[in-house]
Design a binder for this molecule. Structure first.
Ligand code: HEM
Length: 190
């Protein structure tokens, strides 16, 4: 892979005392906690991170599970990040257990969608919730999580966001998640 291509797709989330997002709440849902921080900044890899409390790296990648019909529906319904009324966000880093990574691709798809309805559930919350998924496993330096999930929405959509999380966390897929931190953010007044 070309370095330039990798750099365009590589992002980091730095937790510390500065950044464009201020932390409203930080909860450990499973596994080891992350140090509590007041702010999170999000940047592309080419910018140098400051000495934050923690820095999580992730890369945008190709899709693994989504099928053509689902993709068409997602594209028709979803909206991008950065909407002006989306002043709330959530950063939810997730690690899946070795059992998950030991299964085959078709078994994972079955757990993810046929058994857990991840896409069908998530789809009901579009376009209110905007999302972006970063992968961490293929980076050069071993990362503490497998995925960094990022969501943006208006404050009035937070209870719906919580409803969605309750549904997903009750699904079979979540039995394979052994570390999850739920960090709720608000865009800082610049
Ligand atoms: C806003 C509604 C949501 C929609 C429409 C949605 C949709 C999707 C889709 C289509 C994928 C598969 C991408 C692929 O094919 O590789 C995916 C993966 C994933 N989503 Fe969601 N999602 C939503 C909410 C969430 C939430 C709330 C979380 C976590 C708190 C989450 C965590 C993940 C993770 C960790 C993956 C990667 C799974 C893996 O590769 O093993 N999603 N999501």
């Amino acid at each position: 892979m070309e370095n330039r291509d990798m750099n365009d797709r590589l992002f980091y989330f730095a937790g510390g005392d500065r950044g464009e997002w201020s932390v409203r709440q930080q909860l450990t849902k499973s596994g080891e906690p992350l140090a509590s921080v007041g702010h999170v900044s999000v940047a592309n890899a080419l910018q140098t991170p400051y000495r934050a409390q923690w820095i999580l790296h992730g890369v945008t990648s190709n899709e693994r599970y989504v099928e053509r019909k689902e993709k068409d529906q997602l594209v028709a319904r979803q909206q991008g990040l950065g909407r002006t009324d989306s002043t709330y966000a959530a950063l939810i880093p997730i690690r899946k257990n070795p059992q998950w990574w030991d299964t085959s691709q078709d078994e994972r798809r079955s757990i993810f969608e046929e058994q857990s309805r991840h896409i069908a559930t998530g789809m009901e919350y579009l376009p209110a919730i905007a999302r972006k998924l970063y992968h961490c496993r293929d980076l050069e330096v071993r990362q503490p999580f497998d995925f960094l999930t990022w969501f943006e929405y208006a404050p009035e959509s937070e209870s719906r966001f919580d409803d969605m999380l309750a549904e997903l966390r009750g699904s079979i897929e979540w039995r394979y998640i052994d570390r999850e931190i739920d960090i709720r953010l608000q865009r800082s007044a610049a």
